[in-house]
Design a protein. Structure first.
Length: 370
């Protein structure tokens, strides 16, 4: 397996397709694999924009796809021998590329036989049917829910005994919407009509903005205060406005940590501040017509975690005791009350991008109009 991993890294750009890659791996392993030695392998290339997966499977366990449109699963079986199982070019004759189009909301689940062949005390295997049933029950809750549910199901089935084989699981999900926008001002209309381009906002941020990189850890969010003071300059905001802006940015970033990355170690995301002074609108759009004025400057959050699925709702009524008892949605309520603009663009080529604007005219104006 170490040799296979090294070969894959060395050869991954040398072949034009997954099937050719697997044949190339067998050619390079032929002189080192002992007689009777073999490798099952699934290899695919995913276009994350279109959702198309081009793949080849050399005798590997089948993959299961959950289709959001039908709420049903579909098994995909390979039709080739494993690498090294039959010498003399059998793999090259049998193997070919296949394509799978993942539609919005779909999930692909792949696993090693440590899952399907996990044994109960009486010797019965967990099997493909039970894997499919778990996927069907939990797919609507997303990738993490499927992973956790399968792990729990396998542990419950096999008991406390050690796994009989390696247990490796891969789950790929395509978000249900790549164009959902959460917004509180007319900036959304400009965006939908070709007004504000989120990637243009990111390009300008990388060229002219101030960046704070944060880990997926709540403790790291305390750095926002000092960073914000450095961006805006001492005394640029009166104390109350500074606290409000810091609180709003903290809540946005906390959502990324908790829901986007589930506090996974090693993950990080960026918070940018871009001073005002330029309108980033498409040709033919004026700030007056769209109600969008980038002279005020903007904050931008860039992350590659699980996309947020915003729900349009009215602001909370805290005179309602039920709202107070429920305690949910308060962070989003606070963000919407403090910021004048919130625009969310999930699943762009550069990850999830969130545009945020604060009304600096209420408390000084760092870098914008005087």
């Amino acid at each position: 397996m170490s040799m296979l991993s090294a070969l894959l890294r060395a050869l991954r750009h040398a072949y034009a397709s997954p099937s050719l890659m697997l044949v190339g791996l067998e050619d390079n392993l032929a002189h080192t694999l002992p007689r009777g030695g073999l490798v099952t392998m699934f290899y695919g290339v995913l276009d994350t924009v279109s959702g198309r997966l081009t793949y080849a499977s050399a005798g590997h366990t089948p993959g299961v796809v959950w289709h959001a449109a039908t709420r049903r699963i579909e098994w995909h079986y390979g039709r080739s021998v494993p690498i090294g199982a039959v010498r003399g070019g059998a793999l090259k004759r049998m193997l070919h590329d296949e394509t799978l189009d993942l539609e919005p909301g779909d999930l692909l689940v792949h696993f090693t036989d440590g899952y399907s062949e996990a044994m109960r005390e009486d010797g019965e295997q967990f099997g493909l049917a039970r894997i499919g049933a778990v996927v069907e029950r939990h797919a609507t809750s997303g990738v993490r829910a499927v992973i956790d549910a399968l792990d729990v199901a396998i542990r419950d089935w096999a008991g406390t005994g050690q796994p009989m084989d390696d247990e490796t699981l891969l789950v790929i999900g395509r978000t249900a919407s790549a164009a959902t926008t959460e917004t509180d001002t007319s900036v959304s209309r400009a965006s939908r009509d070709g007004g504000v381009d989120p990637l243009a906002l990111l390009r300008r941020a990388t060229e002219e903005g101030s960046r704070l990189t944060l880990g997926a850890d709540f403790e790291q969010l305390v750095a926002i205060r000092a960073w914000l003071q450095g961006c805006c300059g001492p005394g640029a905001l009166e104390p109350r406005s500074a606290r409000l802006l810091e609180s709003a940015l903290y809540e946005v970033c906390a959502n990324v940590v908790e829901h986007g990355y589930a506090q996974q170690p090693g993950c990080s995301f960026d918070l940018w501040w871009v001073p005002g002074g330029e309108r980033l609108l498409a040709p033919g759009h004026s700030t007056a017509a769209n109600g969008v004025d980038m002279h005020d400057g903007y904050f931008l959050v860039q992350d590659r975690g699980a996309p947020f699925k915003p729900q349009r709702s009215d602001l909370l009524d805290f005179t309602d005791a039920g709202v107070r008892r429920k305690g949910r949605g308060i962070g989003l309520h606070m963000i919407r009350k403090i910021l004048k603009t919130i625009e969310y663009h999930p699943g762009t080529a550069e990850g999830n991008l969130t545009l945020l604007q604060f009304d600096f005219t209420l408390a000084g104006n760092p870098g914008g109009r005087q």
